[in-house]
Design a protein around this ligand. Structure first.
Ligand code: SF4
Length: 368
């Protein structure tokens, strides 16, 4: 789950059980069905859960087209009735995949499709699905194919921006996950097996974008006086091993070992999470774990910052080059990567200490 690599590799041989086996779904002429197409990165999918909850409150649980990685999260979510997996970058790349998904959507005869994801591919799925109502953002690449175009707010958190697709509402549902008792049981078993008590700190050092990775997680772990669990996907294992080496006997790695939901459950058991601007930040928001979020080439004003009172956001505000891109480039275009390299271990450790002391004194709000 390297941040917005958006994917945690499942253990070998393990396949998440689908909430619905699509091949067994009865075809229906029920035009009241609602579909949401969200095939963006995992963090974006997590931040779409308030929209799913709002729509489910109005229409009943909704169907969602999403990526295989995000499907594992949504298939147990109470606002979701059915998950339609679409591996747009894998075997279903190209028109063959689009045709397969469209055939499934047409059979389900949706009345309304919501499009938080602004791609042409998503618009094509919606239009070809036959749904008479297609609601998306006016600045989307294929907005002309929508039947209702919503002005995307230029400011505010992504959660509120996505909720505007559903029209006016007095409520803002929380970011949530559908973690099950067995997810928490698996997390607790893993933590017990690795000798982790209740006072550990979770570290999520990864991100698919190189410049979004703060380079000093190992140094931070070395100076902490608490046990640490490193969260991430298989690609994050080298980062995790460096942290474990720096804090022998106190740090253990879960990178690449656990499913996405079990990893989220482990974050839920942590005292706090230290993370980059990446998907684990939003998982922590969902499970109510305090966050120290480190921003480099991106800024919270983009709309993807923490939402929980008491969370801390760190970033180097004095740099004229920052922010330099929407997602963060693979390498620093100026070569120095000062947005991250100048953010010291001492600064992050101080933020961490402030949160842990506030948590222990009860000075910040309780968890969800
Ligand atoms: S250009 Fe500036 S903001 Fe972008 S990666 Fe480099 S140091 Fe960071």
């Amino acid at each position: 789950m390297s941040g917005q690599r958006e994917q945690l590799d499942l253990p070998k041989g393990e396949r998440p059980v689908s909430k619905t086996d699509n091949s067994r779904l009865p075809l229906t002429a029920d035009r009241s069905r609602c579909l949401v197409i969200q095939t963006a990165f995992l963090g974006d999918v997590v931040l779409t859960t308030p929209l799913l909850s709002l729509l489910a409150g109005r229409h009943g649980p909704v169907d969602v087209v999403t990526t295989p990685a995000a499907a594992a999260l949504l298939e147990t979510h109470p606002a979701v009735r059915s998950v339609i997996r679409y591996d747009k970058h894998g075997p279903e790349r190209g028109w063959r995949g689009i045709r397969r998904v469209v055939a499934e959507l047409r059979a389900r005869r949706y009345a309304t499709v919501y499009l938080p994801h602004r791609s042409v591919r998503s618009a094509a799925l919606a239009m070809l699905s036959g749904a008479p109502e297609r609601i998306g953002f006016a600045d989307s690449a294929a907005a002309m194919t929508y039947t209702r175009r919503v002005q995307r707010p230029r400011e505010g958190h992504e959660v509120e921006r996505l909720l505007t697709l559903a029209g006016s509402s007095a409520e803002t549902p929380r970011v949530t996950l559908g973690l099950t008792p067995s997810d928490y049981a698996a997390a607790d078993e893993w933590l017990a097996r690795h000798g982790m008590g209740s006072r550990f700190i979770a570290l999520a050092p990864g991100s698919i974008w190189g410049t979004k990775r703060w380079p000093y997680y190992a140094e931070l772990a070395a100076r902490l006086d608490r046990p640490c669990v490193v969260i991430g996907g298989a690609d994050d294992q080298p980062l995790a091993e460096a942290i474990v080496t720096a804090a022998p006997g106190r740090a253990v790695s879960a990178a690449g070992q656990l499913s996405l939901r079990v990893s989220a459950a482990i974050i839920g058991r942590a005292v706090l999470l230290v993370t980059n601007d990446s998907a684990p930040l939003h998982l922590a928001t969902a499970v109510g774990t305090p966050v120290v979020a480190i921003f480099g080439p991106t800024v919270p004003a983009f709309g993807f910052g923490p939402r929980r009172a008491g969370d801390v956001t760190l970033g180097w505000n004095g740099l004229a080059c920052r922010p330099c891109s929407k997602h963060g480039p693979p390498v620093c275009p100026l070569g120095h990567h000062r947005c991250m390299r100048d953010l010291s271990v001492e600064t992050v450790a101080a933020a961490l200490a402030a949160i842990t002391s506030s948590e222990e004194s009860g000075a910040i709000c309780p968890r969800n």
